[in-house]
Design a protein around this ligand. Sequence first.
Ligand code: AMP
Length: 190
Amino acid sequence: MKYYILFGPPGAGKGTQATSMVEKYNLHHISTGALLRKEIAAGSELGLKAKSLIEAGALVPDEVVEGMIESEFKTVTGVDGFLLDGFPRTIAQAEALDKILAGNGEKVTSIVSIMIPDEMIIERISHRAAIEGRADDADVSIIKNRIDTYHSQTEPLIEYYTKAGSYNEVDGVGSIEEVRDRIFELVDKF
Ligand code: AMP
């Protein structure tokens, strides 16, 4: 099984690029953000707890998302691998993922990091707000908190995966097709 991690700041285009990767490489897409939004829409207890954190631009507790990932790994079959989008977002989550995979005799295949400069994040997310109607996209102060959260809690993963030898970066500036082709060129190697 392949285990790819789509990495990058909010607004880098992870969700958009996931769609083409899933199709080309027969992967199951796991977006922890989308799973959490589903819980919120269903009005579950978990959704209620997650809502205020998401709308503050903060992260939900590690155990919550780790549980979601583990249950997807257990229940999904018939694919050549998994595409993790928005997970891991902290070192603790990365360590938990390594442990879960090691328990199944597996490991992370590669990180595909889509990089865009901070200045572009607000522009991209504000554009998406009009299309997808996400509450956490609609307010510049929430977006700024998400950028801060990314820098303080998620960016250290670059070093974590560089040390593990699985970190790979593509330039996220350009058209959707240009970025997609850069990703395909990279993932074709694995
Ligand atoms: P996303 O759709 O990936 O931008 O995620 C939206 C929001 O869901 C994030 O800003 C976090 O509040 C929460 N979230 C998604 N994935 C995670 C994760 N792996 N760890 C903690 N919080 C997460």
